[in-house]
Design a protein around this ligand. Sequence first.
Ligand code: PMP
Ligand code: GLN
Length: 378
Amino acid sequence: PSSKLPDIGTSIFTVMSALANAHKAINLSQGFPDFNCPAPLIELVHAYMLQGFNQYAPMAGVPKLRENISLKTEKLYGYLPDADTEVTVTSGATEALNAAITAVVKTGDEVLLLEPCYDSYAPVIRLCGGVPVYVPLALPDFSVDWDLVKRRISTRTRLILINTPHNPTGAVMTKQDMDMLANLLEGTDTLVISDEVYEHMVFDGQQHYSALQHPQLRKRSIVISSFGKTYHTTGWKIGYAVAPAPLTAELRKMHQFITFSTPTPLQMALADFLEEEAHYLQLPDFYQAKRDFFLEQMKGSRFELIPSAGTYFQLAKYNNISDEYDLDFAKRMTKETGVAAIPVSAFYHDKTDHKYLRFCFAKGEETLQAAAEKLVRL
Ligand code: PMP
Ligand code: GLN
């Protein structure tokens, strides 16, 4: 049969994790914590399962979870979305992204993507008949060149997809960035998907600026987050989308035929757990300490590391060590050095190689120390 995505292979995260496992390498490639989620959260899931919360959840999500997402949004971003009409619980941010893109992109629509970008965006756009239009982020700090964005906007631009804090670079958008975006889109009917799955991981006293905080932007935005990142539960696959009611209605039409609904006991437990803001409020310090520990351990290495501003990823430039293509270097490092990382070319449609690897520092100190010991010898 002819393929609908002939150029798409297995995701780089699967490839590198499998290679790490095959060579018993320390896996700093695919982004996931190597420590457990909070024990009380597991106990809540267990309790809800025993109480019989094991059947379909409401299609849009358990009401209490949607209400608590709304309340959290108001507390953090000064905007209270309507839990009934503007909040949808999905099976991970991946499903939210799929439902959001599928809900709005029609054949021939252009969608602006800022590269490097996460791997799930473009394939879904293409499956909808949309045309990804790529705008490179500006080196060396991977900031947005809004003039360039402006030049790539056309009458066919249906959507622009942004991601802050940014995977893989750790760059964080400022209020000024959001103002620029809002001004560019003024008077158009272009929509925004804002992927904010790392919203609670911003460092050095900076604040995450959500599209939901911006009165103009939130009217045209679908904002997506993920409990996998916030609660160290990437395997639970629960995320959500916040969008104005008419957009939410369209997104839910997709959601109801992708998964219909998301596991009930996990939603019930997260609904309770979300009331304890202490967990997410300590995440910046928690992850900044890990970033700084890794940077400290990497002192003296020939990798060039500029401290990540957000996410649990750290870029490292390796051109002092090798001039190999980043995928080749990453594979050889996994096999010979025993540490796996993600080659950043995987986040460019044309596999542009700027000689960066992405390391995930959502790991225990022993793991980070053992990895750094190997990497400083390169
Ligand atoms: N967007 C970005 C930028 C991500 O890094 C990830 C997770 N790696 C996702 C979306 C998907 O999140 P989830 O695991 O909740 O589907
Ligand atoms: N988001 C994770 C990362 O960037 C990977 C998720 C996946 O494996 N699909 O590493």
